[in-house]
Design a binder for this molecule. Structure first.
Ligand SMILES: *[C@@H]1O[C@H](CO)[C@@H](O)[C@H](O)[C@H]1NC(C)=O
Ligand SMILES: *[C@@H]1O[C@H](CO)[C@@H](O)[C@H](O)[C@H]1NC(C)=O
Ligand SMILES: *[C@@H]1O[C@H](CO)[C@@H](O)[C@H](O)[C@H]1NC(C)=O
Length: 224
């Protein structure tokens, strides 16, 4: 019970982020909880050319732990219909630059070069709900040059992905998925990760560790 109470404190230190590439519509901390695009409801031009075959999603992470999902909506002004999942919910740790790898547009959709679309990045909220940012793109056949890729895909020190394929959207999850969270049934992965050998002792240890990260996050906030 105590550990559950401690976990409940975690979201306070999670989840703010800025989508830095592709270029976001805008970021306003006060409105970032507004679905679908953090308060920026109008398409922004010029759009960013985004490779159909795969492009990086570059984020700037402001908190120590965040659940993230990348979605896509096809069309010139898609409203709130982000019905295509480019990357399922995953958990990330670490501050600053985070390149969420490459996402590519599912080939089966037969999307042609020049198609207009909007990418939405969703994270878990603060303390609940979600945080949203969008980038308006033109999907193109041309891959990024090595130089462009390198300038749009950077990781800060210690930034890492801690868990993949978490069920549900991040705006419906409030805590980082640690081994203890998985064993209590929240945010369980669908795949092999949750079947790893997680002993009660390990779970307690992980809970204590994630609380510590949370405390560090709060301390970090106080310094800003
Ligand atoms: C950044 O880290 C992510 C997650 O670990 C990884 O997928 C990506 O390839 C890394 N990118 C670079 C340029 O290091
Ligand atoms: C994509 O193209 C293939 C081959 O022409 C076709 O079989 C398939 O139904 C198309 N998919 C969609 C979603 O239109
Ligand atoms: C959570 O995000 C998803 C994906 O954008 C969206 O479809 C859903 O409506 C959101 N839920 C809430 C409660 O805002």
């Amino acid at each position: 019970m105590l550990s559950l109470a401690l976990l409940a404190l975690l979201p306070v230190s999670t989840a703010h982020f800025v989508l830095t590439w592709p270029t976001n519509r805008g970021f306003d901390d006060a409105k970032s909880t507004n679905f679908p695009c953090g308060g920026f409801d109008s398409v922004k031009t010029p759009r960013t050319d985004f490779p159909l075959t795969g492009g990086p999603i570059q984020l700037d992470m402001h908190h120590t732990q965040t659940n993230i999902e990348v979605l896509l909506s096809i069309g010139s002004d898609p409203g709130s219909n982000y019905n295509l999942v480019l990357r399922r919910t995953f958990a990330q740790e670490g501050l600053g630059d985070f390149c969420a790898g490459e996402v590519s547009i599912p080939a089966g959709l037969n999307i042609t070069s020049g198609t207009l679309a909007t990418i939405q990045v969703v994270s878990n909220g603060d303390p609940d709900g979600g945080l949203y940012q969008c980038a308006d793109v033109t999907l193109v056949d041309t891959p990024l040059s090595t130089a462009d890729y390198n300038s749009h895909c950077k990781n800060g020190t210690g930034v890492k992905v801690t868990s993949e394929n978490i069920q549900g959207n991040p705006n419906e999850t409030t805590t980082e998925t640690t081994p203890s969270a998985s064993s209590s049934g929240t945010g369980t992965g669908t795949g092999t990760a949750s079947s790893s050998t997680s002993t009660p002792g390990l779970a307690v240890h992980a809970t204590a560790a994630s609380w510590l990260f949370g405390a560090v996050g709060v301390a970090g906030l106080a310094l800003l």
